[in-house]
Ligand binder design. Structure first.
Ligand code: HPA
Ligand code: ZN
Length: 326
């Protein structure tokens, strides 16, 4: 279709991607075999059939089991390289990827193993594919503040390769305020700050992410639309929202893609972007997110172009680099 051709042709940045959420069932099987790890599935089809979620927690329960097959530096490299090759073919020119170190270090995997594997793939993407990247360490918000501080401590020898911190996992009951001090410490280290807020949590969590965590970008942010004052502020500050339409659909934040608020966000003057979140689990990489959403809510070519430009405007790149992509 015309929309698909436009989306394919547009240079894009992806700003909301959990690298562990790009683990395709085929690679999960392969790594389970390679590492002698038991997984509770007998086939790729069985894995895909298990990806039927009713909310965020439902998904997270499966996501944390899936990542158990990741053991060696080569596993983290293979995972990341597969994602990068995939999005290279979709004309993604810049990526800012999340990783969840606590999902690995709590299983006895060294922090360095994770970072080394991921960054080796990022370096190869830069030299072979011309894809630039940033790496964002996410704290798991269902775990304690103390555990987050321990993770930040583990990151210290690797700050050359880590650009920012984020906050993900179970949102409800784990407000940003729980991590105010560790985000302040990350800021002191010169790290950028982002947080998932308003995916399932109330607008108050978005206020906290802005005021207490001092985020440079907001992940999801959908529920900001319930709060007019907040919408006005996000527009005024041109805060980037990393929206993930197929994720919202699969985690039942919306009933149908036709109900997605992306068009409304743009109309309200919000700097919304389109991202895939956990593409292996939610059934679509970034271009699918653009194409299916555009079809469902009737985005115009101009709106699609604006979304792609926003992905660079919201990127943690120097102004000159951003301009080069617009
Ligand atoms: N939301 C919150 N935490 C996550 C997600 C998500 O979509 N994916 C991986 N961790
Ligand atoms: Zn996410």
């Amino acid at each position: 279709s015309d929309i698909a051709r436009l989306v394919q042709a547009l240079p894009k940045a992806e700003l909301h991607l959990h690298i562990e959420g790009s683990l395709e069932p085929e690679l999960m099987f392969e790594l389970a075999r390679r590492n002698g790890i038991e997984i509770p599935f007998n086939s790729v089809e069985e894995i895909r059939a298990a990806y039927d979620f009713s909310n965020l927690q439902d998904f997270l329960d499966v996501y944390y089991v899936g990542m158990n097959v990741l053991i060696t530096e080569a596993d983290f490299f293979d995972l990341t390289w597969a994602y990068l090759q995939r999005v290279d073919a979709e004309n993604v020119r810049h990526v800012e990827i999340f990783f969840d170190p606590q999902g690995h270090t709590d299983r006895g995997i060294a922090f360095a193993t994770v970072v080394d594997g991921i960054t080796r793939a990022l370096d190869r993407a830069k030299s072979e594919l011309g894809i630039t990247s940033k790496l964002i360490l996410c704290f798991l918000r269902h775990l304690s503040e103390e555990a987050a501080f321990e993770t930040l401590e583990m990151a210290k020898p690797h700050l050359e390769r880590i650009d920012g911190v984020g906050l993900d996992s179970s949102e409800l009951g784990h407000p940003p305020s729980k991590f105010q001090r560790v985000f302040a410490a990350a800021g002191e280290l010169g790290l950028l700050r982002v947080a998932h807020a308003g995916e399932e949590g109330p607008p108050e969590y978005i206020h906290e992410a802005l005021d207490l965590l001092k985020v440079d970008r907001l992940d999801h942010g959908n529920r900001a639309l319930e709060d007019g004052t907040l919408v006005a502020r996000l527009g005024r500050e041109q805060m980037t929202l990393t929206v993930c339409p197929l994720s919202n659909l699969r985690l039942c934040g919306i009933k149908r893609l036709e109900d997605h608020p992306l068009k409304r966000m743009l109309a309200l003057g919000l700097r919304a972007t389109v991202n895939s979140d956990d593409p292996a689990y939610f059934g679509g990489y970034v271009n699918d997110n653009y194409i299916r959403t555009a079809a469902a809510i009737d985005l115009s070519a101009d709106e699609i172009i604006e979304l792609a430009k926003n992905s660079f405007r919201g990127a943690f790149l120097p102004e000159a680099e951003i301009e080069r992509h617009l």
